[in-house]
Design a protein around this ligand. Structure first.
Ligand SMILES: Nc1ncnc2c1ncn2[C@@H]1O[C@H](COP(=O)(O)OP(=O)(O)OP(=O)(O)O)[C@@H](O)[C@H]1O
Ligand SMILES: [Mg+2]
Length: 372
């Protein structure tokens, strides 16, 4: 029997719930040619939402290119991956090859045929090192591939990673593309503080270049409906109260809701038991136990000041720079809290929503609480 809950991958169709308003808003903004920045803490469902938005835009004949910057580490890997992403959306390989040949001098496309006679696409880079000019030409390629007035939308996921290319000035290059092209761009990311700086700092190239949108958690009523529906498919009952309890244990973060629900499903499926808060607690402990070594190291590698702050964040994440907070939690000076928060956020251990700070992984939080 297959577990009905999935986490860690993009969720689609029946596994994706809510986000209707956000979807419509994004579709209409991008369709009308405007740029969007979408940010949310880690594992809130940004990528899944964007795949839904892309499906709608594609049903309206838009050409959508999705590009994740996380795994890109050099100009050459940027060029290769970007090309492949454009290629994925082409039904006419020969036209694609011709377009590259006529517009990009530094790339030689290759077309070979496999044993079934189907064309296979590949490229040779003619420069010793891929140049910024090549990236610039590639960024113009989606518009060149658009047919019959098709609208083009290019989506950069984990956009804060563009900082890796600081020395090449890719931020400035992209900004100039945004100004010259008709393409609508969407930028996604989870390092909220980095993205905010990028788009709201007057000195940065992207200042004021996009409509900024944030997504929050999924509404409790929708999560309850989703959990009850999924469990009911297996004849398992979960009350509204238990749904609320499960959501609370996962700090209402979509990924962890599904992770814990998957664990609960495992625990009850054989005997078809009704879900109780006690079962949910047992499952939380099982999740923590599975990751105990990892959590131990994750906690251990931080400095004393950072550890103290993590402990304090388990209790509250409000007004963390106030004297009162520092005194109550026996922390050092404001400056050291600021430094600790920055490191913890850069490492992805802590996240924030406006002025509320929290430990990104609710099970890591539960682990720390266990140690107190
Ligand atoms: N609308 C949704 N409906 C159901 N589950 C969701 C939804 N959004 C997110 N999830 C859950 O959260 C998980 C992570 O989603 P996704 O990868 O889209 O988030 P993300 O914000 O892009 O994460 P990351 O910060 O790791 O890139 C999914 O695998 C799924 O379990
Ligand atoms: Mg993502």
């Amino acid at each position: 029997m297959e577990n009905p809950f999935s986490y860690g991958t993009v969720v689609r169709g029946d596994d994706f719930y809510d986000r209707k308003d956000e979807t419509q808003r994004l579709v209409s903004t991008l369709e009308s040619g405007n740029n969007v920045v979408l940010y949310a803490p880690r594992r809130y469902g940004k990528t899944s939402l964007v795949f839904k938005v892309m499906a709608e835009l594609e049903s309206k004949n838009c050409l959508c290119i999705y590009f994740d910057l996380l795994s890109v580490y050099s100009l050459e890997s940027f060029a290769k991956s970007f090309l492949l992403k454009i290629k994925e959306k082409q039904s006419k390989t020969e036209r694609f090859v011709k377009t590259i040949s006529s517009y990009i001098k530094s790339i030689k496309p290759k077309l070979t045929f496999d044993e079934n006679g189907s064309p296979e696409f590949g490229v040779d880079f003619l420069e010793d090192e891929v140049s910024v000019q090549t990236i610039s030409d590639l960024l113009d390629l989606p518009e060149k591939m658009a047919e019959n007035g098709q609208k083009v939308i290019v989506i950069f996921d984990e956009f804060q990673e563009i900082a890796k290319f600081g020395k090449y000035g890719l931020e400035g290059l992209l900004r100039s593309k945004i100004q010259q092209q008709r393409t609508a761009y969407m930028f996604l990311g989870s390092k909220t503080h980095l993205l905010t700086k990028m788009f709201a700092d007057k000195k940065r190239p992207f200042y004021n270049s996009a409509f900024i949108m944030q997504i929050g958690p999924l509404p409790l009523a929708d999560t309850t409906e989703f959990l009850q529906r999924k469990f009911a498919q297996f004849g398992i009952i979960i009350s509204e109260e238990c749904c609320a309890y499960l959501v609370q244990r996962t700090s209402n973060i979509p990924y962890y809701i599904q992770l814990l629900a998957a664990e609960v499903w495992q625990a009850v499926i054989v005997e078809k038991k009704t879900v109780t808060t006690q079962i949910i607690d047992e499952c939380c402990i099982r999740v923590i136990n599975l990751k105990r070594d990892y959590y131990f190291e994750l906690f251990d590698k931080h400095s004393e000041g950072q550890k103290n702050l993590l402990v304090a964040l388990c209790k509250s994440g409000k007004n963390i720079f106030s004297l009162d907070y520092i005194k109550t939690n026996r922390l050092k000076a404001i400056s050291s809290v600021q430094k600790s928060v920055k490191t913890l956020m850069d490492n992805g251990v802590v996240d924030n929503k406006a002025d509320l700070y929290f430990i990104s992984d609710p099970f890591f939080k539960l682990y720390i609480e266990q140690q107190l």
